[in-house]
Design a protein around this ligand. Structure first.
Ligand code: ZN
Ligand code: ZN
Length: 180
């Protein structure tokens, strides 16, 4: 499951802006071009209407919650962050796989840590320690690395669960807290 979710988040397109995307709110009001919408100036303020942004690099309109990734060189729908571990952006269409990847990585590293714990405790006991020096060194290293990964991934998992429960993303919390 860890490998399945990892390759899913790597290979799934995070979500790109459809070609010639236009804001749906203009179609509902019969307004084709937001640039000559002078007749709507006196309309009451619509709290659901967000200012439509434009990406100068992609030369296209940006849907709400869409952000330009400088690494991928394109706009990504509901972009969370560009993840170097998965060599891909984490966005609208692969965020679920990213969450599952965090969850299964936490389970896997916790399992390895717990199964190596008796060997780690024996390492500090006074009695005879079985195994060659190389086996002891790899066991010690594997325990420390898996414990470190389990703890850091757990922190990351808790952070993303709180982001999901608040319907927000890393980018929106860090860079655009005033917009949302
Ligand atoms: Zn862009
Ligand atoms: Zn990216």
């Amino acid at each position: 499951m860890l490998l399945w979710s990892y390759f899913s988040v790597v290979l799934t397109d995070p979500g790109s802006v459809p070609p010639n995307w236009r804001p749906a709110i203009d179609e509902e009001r019969g307004e084709a071009d937001p640039l000559n919408g002078s007749e709507f100036i006196n309309l009451p303020a619509d709290p659901t209407h967000q200012r439509i942004r434009f990406c100068r690099k992609c030369n296209q309109l940006k849907p709400p919650r869409c952000h330009h990734c400088s690494v991928c060189g394109r706009c990504v729908l509901k972009m969370d962050h560009h993840c170097v571990w998965v060599v891909n952006c984490v966005g609208a269409l692969n965020y679920k796989y990213f969450l599952l990847f965090l969850f299964y990585t936490f389970l896997e590293t916790s399992l390895v840590t717990l199964s190596l714990l008796p060997h780690f405790i024996a390492f500090f006991s006074d009695g005879e320690i079985p195994g060659t020096p190389s086996t002891l060194a790899t066991t010690f290293l594997a325990f420390v690395l898996n414990l470190a990964f389990a703890l850091s991934v757990l922190g990351f998992l808790i952070m993303h669960i709180s982001l999901v429960s608040a319907n927000t993303t890393t980018i929106e919390v860090l860079y655009f807290p005033y917009l949302y």
